[in-house]
Write a protein that binds this ligand. Sequence first.
Ligand SMILES: [Zn+2]
Length: 280
Amino acid sequence: MFVRSHALAVMTLAIGVLLAGCSSSDTATPASPPASPSTESDYRVPDGGQRTGAVATSISGDQTFSLQGVTGDDGGVDFAAYDESMDFALGAISQYWIETMPAEFDTKWVQPDEFIAYYPPEDNGPTCGGQPVGAVNAVYCYQGDSDFIAWDEPGLMLPFYQEKGDMATAVVLAHEFGHGAQARLGLSDQFPLTIESELQADCFAGAWAQWAEVQGLLGKQAVSQAVDAVISVADPQGVPWNAPDAHGTADERLTAFADGADYGATGCVDYYYPGFSQGG
Ligand SMILES: [Zn+2]
């Protein structure tokens, strides 16, 4: 069985959210300690969760990205506003790929089979490669003939939305969609180094952001939120390029994101191809 997973692991601190990196290991083990229980309990999410299964495939309404997290009664976050922003992001990213796959790669975009918001500690998410994706993660997972994008809602997405804003959560989702694009383009298992796959996914996220800009979807704070999001998911200084779980420093990740904005999805395939960092 072909299994590939990418996980975003975060460490939630009192002062904010630091995304420590998205492990490409099949175990999807967070690279950093899980959020403290006290932080998780700050968010009261609806029983049973939601947004499992199909999502919107286009934008509706006249929303834009730039909202700071809306405070409310659900443990400090307005869950309805958050939910609306996630639907907006998922619809906008889906629409981008539905348009871009045929236009740039002459193939049809197929939506991931499932979108799963899960709620640790009661629910540690779906399994990828036989292991639960676990707390404080966002992942794309392709196994056999199905795939999914999943995220820890109270431990990752809600704090990210609250601390950084709706464009920040959208960029995290766009990165995971980027891994989905790799699977559809037959690239997923071609990368000799994790970091190459991760930087290409960042590039795809940048390509999406540029499209969103052209569509008039980016509000005033959107770009700074996107930059903040990319920096916060970067590796600390000193992680070697070829480390098994390396994702890139802030500079490398921002460069990939900017290259996507400048050159589009085709540029991401041309410049961040498997082996690119080795001249291969
Ligand atoms: Zn990734």
